[in-house]
Design a protein around this ligand. Structure first.
Ligand code: NDP
Ligand code: PYR
Ligand code: MG
Length: 761
């Protein structure tokens, strides 16, 4: 595992602040979910239309779930008294954590969140405030409230409210760590009713975890619990009722002594309180859950260096076995909300434990390994709890929780068809970030040299910084050296990367080499040697020539010039793939539901039927590199009834495709909204698309493709990545003019993947 030095740490801390400060500030925002553009829309959304659902709810309160967002809205509520392991930092300072939970609820389970930070430490007043706002929400996640107040607050709110409510630091942590404990014990070949357990911390998380372990078979006599004053034993006085419950009949007073011979250590206290000596004193195959955040009770690297046989988990995402409540709360609430459970009971918690423990033993899908850049991931010491980016968590845990709620009789709206429910859950996923994350992770496994043109521009420089710091690529800056350096200073971008200036003296050798190549390539196309000499001083030629000579692995250009003028020198220098007559470009559109692809968005203005065949074929190959099965719709404005010339052209392309490539999932001519909709597709049972929506859209001409994606981009309806240039032998892509930093990073990431793929060949 890499160790962080102070410089890395400072850079990380700064990145954390920049991340939160970037516009829009914070991490979540409210987005209207209904049309609101016309007078009529507004009269339905607000007065007078809104009065109708109000009265419906008044007359039949249960219909609030039909007419409002309540059923998918959770409050994440804190008073800031036990924020992570940072302690009582107050309500306002806890807001980043609560917003963070909002983000996690949304990305992992599609649940909306209002984060609510209440400046109130008196438990009774706090309870009254929460009760007062409860009608707004389908569920309540209490967070980072310190013990012992947390116990009383949660208990009373559970009794007095009839929606799913859980103090996550207690039960979320208990559920995940219990699943991890079951599996870790199996690896250590130890039995839960025989092991000696030391729990460090006697707060909200520690007490709840220990109680759940006992429910799973741990013997209470085998538990030693410590708080900030040491072991909770019979000599201690002034203990809270929860601590009294765990008084041990022992004279042992310190954590150090408690750990001698212990099988399990569960830390839910503070960072760095466990020394290597303490770890060494534990039994064979010691199970160590150092769960304090952000710093574990013992540093991961220190622990594995100290004992090879340690079975270790932390709360952190940067080490194996992250025991963190993020594995639970999104899915526990998802399942509870979906059956309108009146609470979260023990049966639901145990169902979540079992689902999590079982999932870790299943074969890990390739996509999860890709996301973490790990070649092998098998149940064992380094993997005994599922990874947070494992998308199977959503279906496995949510369904288990929903079923348990129904079986234990607290589901107001039971699910009747679990197969349909599973499909609904899967439909919620496929969000854009996942694909980007997966791509970045793959790029990081072998970062390649990517030359970025127009490197004087802030967006390009910033993208280079991100690519370098994230380890996605080894950037090379192409442009005027002096100006680039000035800009780096101006924007405080201190990165140590090569700068290539085609005019610079130090490039003379390359200029000579590149001139010869260019002249050879173009001498029978009207270029004389003098012209070649002039051209190699231009970056538009210099970049492609670097690529041609292997002086870079990939090239990204076009930030400040129009597409065709940048493309021309590329096509003159870089060879086409075998069998490719004309290159084409594809845009990846990262929609809410799943990625879709448009082609040709940038090159062939009025493709022939044969051109469309090639575009479809190139698109198929490109989409496959993202580990996505291409389902191609050949678009027109008619459905299987070619009357217009455009449709006839598309129909001809389809018949060639069907004949030449019978295995390809492609059909048309079809309208995009039909190709995207299963119900509409079922009207055409003969279609090769079947009823599963298409994800690749080949447009009949450039205008329609280009304008379609530009509308999406302009309206910020989805993130757009590309254009991905298809049909060349080397990875080169031309940016849209004035691309954002993210767009440059994304396209460079694709270029790295492309370069990696070609290297393997
Ligand atoms: N990985 C995960 O998913 C989760 C991790 N946690 C982590 O667990 C820790 C506790 O959180 P939470 O229970 O909510 O907070 P609480 O404030 O409720 O409890 C903190 C407990 O830690 C004890 N403690 C503090 N310092 C020491 C020490 N040096 N030795 C032993 N015990 C000590 C306190 O002792 P005393 O009672 O004497 O004050 C108290 O019992 C935090 O670091 C938090 O980040 C929490 C939830 C989830
Ligand atoms: C993860 C979490 O909830 C905590 O550390 O408090
Ligand atoms: Mg917490």
């Amino acid at each position: 595992m890499p160790k962080q030095n102070q410089k890395d740490l400072n850079a990380f801390n700064k990145a954390a602040l920049d991340y939160h400060k970037a516009e829009p500030k914070g991490k979540i925002e409210v987005v209207p979910s209904k049309p609101h553009s016309s007078q009529r829309d507004l009269s339905l959304a607000y007065s007078p239309g809104v009065a109708v659902p109000c009265m419906e709810i008044y007359n039949n309160p249960q219909t609030v779930y039909d007419y409002t967002a309540k059923g998918n809205l959770v409050a994440v509520i804190s008073n800031g008294t036990a924020v992570l392991g940072l302690g009582d930092i107050g309500a306002e300072a806890s807001k980043p954590v609560m917003e963070g939970k909002g983000l996690l609820f949304k990305i992992f389970a599609d649940i909306n969140v209002f984060d609510i930070e209440i400046d109130e430490k008196d438990p009774d007043k706090f309870i009254e405030i929460v009760k007062g706002i409860a009608p707004t929400f389908g569920g309540i996640n209490l967070e980072d409230i310190k013990a012992p107040e947390a116990f009383y607050i949660e208990q009373r709110l559970k009794e007095e409210l009839n929606i799913p409510l859980m103090h996550d630091d207690q039960h979320g942590t208990a559920i995940i760590s219990a699943a991890a404990l079951i599996n870790a014990l199996e690896i250590a070949d130890k039995k839960i009713d025989e092991v000696k357990v030391v729990v460090n911390g006697a707060g909200a998380a520690a007490i709840a975890c220990t109680k759940l372990y006992i429910a799973l078979g741990l013997s209470k006599e085998n538990v030693l619990m410590c708080d900030s004053k040491g072991v909770i034993n019979h000599k201690r006085t002034n203990l809270t009722p929860e601590k009294i419950d765990f008084i041990a009949e022992t004279d042992i007073e310190t954590l150090e002594d408690a750990l001698k011979g212990a099988d399990v250590f569960v830390g839910l206290s503070k960072g760095n309180v466990m020394s290597p000596e303490m770890l060494l004193s534990m039994a064979d195959n010691p199970i160590v859950f150092a769960l304090a955040n952000p710093d574990p009770e013992i540093d991961y690297n220190l622990a594995v260096e100290t004992r090879k046989d340690v079975i270790l988990a932390t709360g952190r995402s940067d080490f194996p076995n992250q025991v963190n409540n993020v594995l639970g709360f999104p899915y526990i609430f998802r399942g509870a909300l979906d059956v309108q459970a009146t609470g979260i009971n023990e049966a639901m918690k145990l169902a979540a434990v079992r689902a999590l423990a079982a999932l870790a033993k299943e074969q890990v899908p390739e996509v999860v390994k890709l996301a973490y850049n790990i070649k092998q991931l098998h149940f064992g010491r380094d993997y005994f709890i599922p990874k947070p980016f494992d998308s199977r968590l959503l279906t496995r845990v949510s369904m288990a929780v929903a079923k348990a709620a129904m079986e234990s009789g607290i589901a107001k709206s039971p699910i009747t068809d679990f197969e349909e429910y599973e499909n609904n859950l899967l439909d919620r996923m496929g969000r854009d970030e996942r694909l980007i994350r997966m791509m970045q992770s793959r790029a990081k496994s072998n970062p390649m040299r990517v030359t970025l043109g127009n490197a004087e521009e802030y967006n390009v420089l910033k993208a280079a910084q991100i690519l370098l710091e994230e380890g996605i690529a080894k950037p090379i800056l192409l442009g005027e050296k002096k100006f680039i350096k000035q800009q780096m200073e101006k924007y405080n971008i201190n990165i140590d990367v090569p700068i290539v200036d085609p005019m610079d003296d130090d490039q003379e050798e390359n200029r000579v080499k590149y001139r010869e190549t260019l002249w050879k390539l173009r001498q029978r196309k009207g270029m004389n040697e003098y012209k070649a000499k002039l051209f190699v001083r231009q970056r538009d030629y210099f970049g492609p020539l670097m690529l041609k000579h292997g002086d870079t692995d990939a090239l990204i250009v076009g930030f400040s010039k129009n597409y065709s003028s940048v493309l021309k020198p590329i096509l003159e220098v870089v060879e086409k793939e075998k069998g490719v007559d004309k290159v084409a470009a594809m845009m990846m559109i990262l929609t809410e539901k799943k990625p879709i692809f448009f082609a040709d968005t940038s090159i062939n203005q009025n493709p022939t039927a044969e051109d469309l065949v090639n575009i479809a074929k190139m698109s198929e190959m490109t989409v496959k590199t993202f580990a996505i099965e291409p389902r191609i719709a050949m678009l027109s404005f008619e459905n299987f009834a070619a009357i217009s010339e455009t449709s006839k052209k598309v129909a001809k392309a389809v018949s060639i495709l069907h004949e030449k490539f019978p295995k390809m999932i492609v059909d048309g001519e079809i309208q995009p909204d039909f190709a995207m909709n299963s119900d509409h597709l079922s009207d055409y049972p003969f279609s090769k698309l079947g009823t599963e929506p298409a994800n690749v859209f080949v447009f009949p001409n450039l205008e329609s493709a280009n304008l379609s994606y530009k509308i999406i981009r302009g309206m910020k309806m989805a993130q757009v990545v590309g254009p991905i240039l298809m049909g060349l032998k080397q990875p080169v892509h031309v940016l849209q003019m004035r691309s954002s930093v993210d767009e440059i990073v994304n396209l460079a990431t694709i270029a790295v993947l492309d370069a990696q793929r070609r290297q393997v060949k």
